[in-house]
Design a protein around this ligand. Sequence first.
Ligand SMILES: CC(=O)SCCNC(=O)CCNC(=O)[C@H](O)C(C)(C)COP(=O)(O)OP(=O)(O)OC[C@H]1O[C@@H](n2cnc3c(N)ncnc32)[C@H](O)[C@@H]1OP(=O)(O)O
Length: 204
Amino acid sequence: MNQKQRMQHGLPYKSSLDGLKQEREACQLKLYDYNHLRPDEYVQREALIRSVLGKAGSDIHIEAPFRCDYGSNIEVGDQFYANYNCTILDGGKVTIGHEVMFAPNVSLYTAGHPIHHIPRNAGYEYALPITIGDNVWIGGNVVITPGVTIGNNTVIGAGSIVTKDIPANVVAAGNPCRVLRAITEQDRAYYYKDQRFDITADDL
Ligand SMILES: CC(=O)SCCNC(=O)CCNC(=O)[C@H](O)C(C)(C)COP(=O)(O)OP(=O)(O)OC[C@H]1O[C@@H](n2cnc3c(N)ncnc32)[C@H](O)[C@@H]1OP(=O)(O)O
């Protein structure tokens, strides 16, 4: 296996070899253009981000600045929104479901380095997939570490460091991120803590 195949298989690899550096550079060039577009250059924006991402559903919007390593390893579903300064280190596969929202400064790191300095300084790294389900909202300044899966409909509180899988239908927060509570049908009537919607159920 070459270094790219090793990366794709979750094995330790050297990211400077076998064309990986060139792939990252090609991605950086596109993102440089993307991040320097005027906010009203809608057509160029859409075309550029679709040329960066491996797969993208309908109606996606990623605010600039956005950064990733390869782009080709990222799949996003329909109605994806990422607020300012999203960073995705996508040596490993990143799969994001439908109707997912990222607040500012969300970081997804599939990449890591060995704990011991000898193999780390020898240039080895690894990349493990990150999966985010449908209807997930990730709060501001959240970091998601390699190999994590977040289940459908879940909310991750601002500032969390997510080091382990988080199930579906929960609010989870903290460092390390832990489940705070389940999300229930009762939550539907409220927009913030005990504040009830002043809108009829038919509109929600
Ligand atoms: C595209 C965009 O998203 S832009 C918008 C950007 N906005 C954000 O990033 C805001 C994200 N929101 C949060 O983090 C909120 O705190 C939420 C959604 C997690 C609150 O969820 P709720 O279930 O309503 O939690 P609630 O406010 O009742 O708090 C429950 C407990 O969790 C704690 N808690 C709430 N949020 C967090 C957090 N982010 N980190 C750690 N603890 C938290 C509270 O202090 C409280 O603790 P206590 O029981 O000891 O008093």
